[in-house]
Design a binder for this molecule. Structure first.
Ligand code: NAD
Ligand code: TYD
Length: 338
């Protein structure tokens, strides 16, 4: 099978490409990535140099001519769309690129794939489209969409477009909605790598609000297997939820991380809350379990220890991705909220 993976130089895309090429000798992958601040071509340089089943193309999913050519020239069987602007805080700062890539870009990809009669299209979405939960209950695939951030609103926009493409054109699209991922290659603007970096540098760890917001953490490989199962076994037109069965408050994640890296809790500092901050996410993934045989495999403590070991061993990667534009954004953001 020939797959066009978009956003493959980002966190989840990188892990997905590595896992899929490793476990499917008959698959080949073209990675289309714009290389925004969050995309790092070096993540997959070894594959670019040594793996004939891997091709990299720098470009934008909004570019119709490029996508049409790629789908035809490479005789693509399936598309897996990871490309996105993915950080909630950035979307609060400036929603425009989120609409451009997450809504218009996703629609452009679907339209090109429809015209090229691509056989399968997996659109990677998020639990955040459902909004927020109270102290109990879980999101199911039937929970109404109620996004609260510009990021989640843009992801919900694409999900609705995908639904419309299925209903209107019988376009073979499947949607995955997963909870918070963690693991190697995650850009250090997200909670876990950011707290790791700050702790190592003996800098303050900025916890938003009271620190009691809950996320359902899933190790990135488990999410990638969910996407793989959706691609190979899912029903067209269906949404599948994925989660890690690992609900944790942010403060508990930060404390566990500090104990793993051997730094004091006095580094924790509570800062102004994120506007529209969702209180709690939790996923009911029984449909994916029943239809696809999905189950998360890694307990949170084990996954976190493994993730931190990866960051400890990959200091150069961390230095590389933390240059210029990223650092400017983070410095201003935290100055404003301190
Ligand atoms: P990321 O920000 O690490 O990577 C995004 C990648 O997309 C980058 O390589 C970037 O260069 C690329 N990109 C951005 N705009 C592009 C464009 N217009 N054209 C081509 N490439 C473009 O994101 P991630 O954490 O790997 O998330 C991947 C996908 O999974 C996203 O769609 C996100 O919404 C979804 N998701 C993420 C999580 C999570 O916890 N990280 C959870 C559920 C779903
Ligand atoms: P994040 O990793 O940005 O993912 P998302 O907002 O998509 O869930 O944030 C995870 C949680 O951690 C979220 O509740 C916000 C919180 N958070 C902090 O408290 N401090 C931080 O510096 C960051 C980046 C996040």
């Amino acid at each position: 099978m020939k797959i066009l993976v978009t956003g493959g130089c980002g966190f989840i895309g990188t892990n997905f490409i590595r896992l899929m090429l490793g476990s499917h000798p008959d698959w080949s992958i073209i990675n289309l990535d714009k290389l925004t601040y969050a995309g790092n071509r070096l993540n997959l340089l070894d594959l670019e140099e040594n793996e004939p089943r891997y091709d990299f193309v720098q470009g934008d999913i909004c570019d119709r001519d490029l996508v049409m050519d790629l789908l035809a020239d490479h005789k693509v069987d399936a598309v897996v769309n990871f490309a996105a602007e993915s950080h909630v805080d950035r979307s609060i700062n400036d929603p425009s690129p989120f609409v451009a890539t997450n809504v218009a870009g996703a629609q452009n990809l679907m339209e090109c794939a429809r015209q090229r009669r691509t056989e399968r299209f997996v659109h990677v979405s998020t639990d955040e489209v459902y909004g927020t939960l109270g102290p109990s209950g879980k999101f199911t695939e039937d929970t109404p969409l109620a996004p609260n951030s510009p990021y989640s609103a843009s992801k919900a926009g694409a999900d609705l477009m995908a639904r419309a493409y299925f209903e209107t054109y019988h376009f073979p699209v499947l949607i995955t909605r997963c909870s918070n991922n963690y693991g190697p290659y995650q850009f250090p603007e997200k909670l876990i790598p950011l707290m790791f970096l700050n702790a190592k540098a003996n800098k303050q760890l900025p916890v938003y609000g009271d620190g009691l917001n809950v996320r359902d953490w899933i190790f990135v490989d488990d999410h990638c297997r969910g996407v793989e199962l959706t691609l190979t076994k899912g029903r067209e037109g269906q949404v599948y939820n994925f989660g890690g069965n690992a609900e944790e408050t942010n403060i508990s994640v930060v404390r566990t991380l500090l104990s793993i890296v051997g730094k004091p809790e006095s580094l924790i500092t509570y800062v102004t809350d994120r506007p529209g901050h969702d209180k709690r996410y939790a996923m009911d993934f029984s449909l994916a379990h029943k239809e696809l045989g999905f189950a998360p495999t890694l307990p949170f403590d084990e996954g976190l220890t493994r993730t931190i070991a990866w960051y400890e061993a990959n200091g150069t990667w961390l230095e590389q991705v933390q240059s210029g534009e990223y650092r400017n954004f983070m410095d201003t953001w935290y100055e404003e909220r301190a």
